[in-house]
Write a protein that binds this ligand. Structure first.
Ligand code: 13P
Ligand code: SF4
Length: 349
């Protein structure tokens, strides 16, 4: 675990990170991407970190891959590439940098390391986990295989390397239906998200059986919440991530991966939208889409929120928190991830 007192004293020895109004004003081009959601006072505090990170990043030949759930100062301030899990996994295979800083959760960093074993992959906080990844082990996968002999195992990328290695192929929320439909068998095992699996089953012709894991952020929404919200604020477009329970997805106007949601809002530009997912999603596009009023409650992912500018700068400075995956396990896990990437490309996703 990172010792924050040590993080702060190390950083203060090497960088001037005091709030700086002049510096903040000189970085208006970056601030203009988030000035509807980050206050000027906060920007004065963030600007020295953003500047320092961008300088160290260049020195280390590093790139920052930022998930769509990152806070705006990370998403707009320091990320070189942003996207959903599939887009970031593909990006990890394409970037030419020596170092990848994964601004997301641990399974995403592991996926980058699996795909780019020669690169150094840094996690700003090793404790940034995921309730789905923590819900299953390789033994769980074998249990499912024993219960449904011959059925292929499609594991969500929100899993550890060990689970990926024990699976036949991976999927993300943006390609899950297509991947499941492409399996030869009539019965397909999905792990570990029971709700994604049920949502996929509703759109596929396969008999989908699943592991009972869930996302602590999306499982909190109920169909009644959505109906009540519609009644209270008519005309709001309800847009849900497929990690939500199926009755929530059924109540929504659209469901898709984090990038699918962003694309939908960009394309449709609804007057009012409620994003039934993590809170940073709406904040990150508030400036690009001033015509859309983002309303309603959202839920915070406590794991994603462990990633801060301070920790990003610290790991880039010290090169601590390097993500390692046992090479033999990585070889097996890579097969599952690569099969997903290849199949997605083949299917035009
Ligand atoms: P996406 O693949 O849609 O980005 O989802 C990742 C995730 O963890 C959502 O909770
Ligand atoms: Fe995991 Fe849910 Fe957080 Fe995504 S939002 S990282 S699925 S806990």
């Amino acid at each position: 675990m990172l010792d924050l007192t040590n993080v702060r004293s190390t950083l203060s020895e090497h960088y001037d990170l005091e709030p700086n109004a002049d510096l903040a004003a000189s970085m208006q081009d970056i601030y203009s991407k988030m000035d509807r959601v980050i206050t000027p006072a906060d920007w004065v505090t963030f600007a020295p970190y953003v500047k320092a990170i961008n300088e160290v990043k260049a020195k280390r030949n590093a790139v920052i891959l930022g998930h769509n759930y990152m806070t705006p100062e990370i998403f707009h301030g320091v990320s070189d590439f942003v996207g959903d899990s599939l887009q970031l996994a593909i990006k990890a295979t394409e970037v030419e940098a020596d170092v990848i800083v994964q601004c997301g959760v641990h399974f995403m960093a592991e996926t980058s390391k699996i795909l780019s074993p020669s690169k150094t992959v840094l996690m700003p906080d090793m404790e940034a986990g995921c309730s789905l990844a923590e819900s299953i082990t390789a033994e769980g996968v074998e249990e499912m295989r024993a219960k449904y002999p011959g059925a292929p195992v499609v594991s969500y990328v929100n899993t550890t390397a060990e689970v990926k290695a024990a699976s036949d192929i991976c999927c993300t929320s943006s390609n899950a239906v297509a991947i499941v439909n492409a399996m030869e068998s009539d019965t397909v095992i999905m792990t570990p998200d029971q709700y994604l699996a049920q949502n996929v089953a509703n759109e596929s012709h396969k008999n989908v059986v699943y592991w009972p894991g869930s996302c602590i952020v999306h499982e909190q929404y109920t169909a009644k919440d959505l109906r009540d919200f519609r009644e209270w604020n008519p005309g709001t477009r309800l847009i849900a991530h497929p990690e939500c329970p199926p009755d929530v997805v059924a109540e929504a106007d659209f469901s898709g991966s984090t990038s699918g949601i962003l694309k939908y809002v960009h394309d449709e530009k609804p007057e009012k939208a409620m994003l039934i997912t993590e809170c940073s999603m709406a904040s990150n596009i508030a400036d690009e889409l001033p015509e859309v009023d983002f309303v309603g409650p959202c839920n915070m992912c406590p794991y994603m929120k462990k990633i801060t500018l301070e920790k990003v700068l610290y790991v880039l400075h010290t090169m601590e928190n390097q993500v390692e995956v046992d090479p033999e396990m990585a070889d097996k896990a890579r097969l599952s991830v690569q099969r997903m990437i290849d199949l997605s490309r083949q299917l035009g996703i």
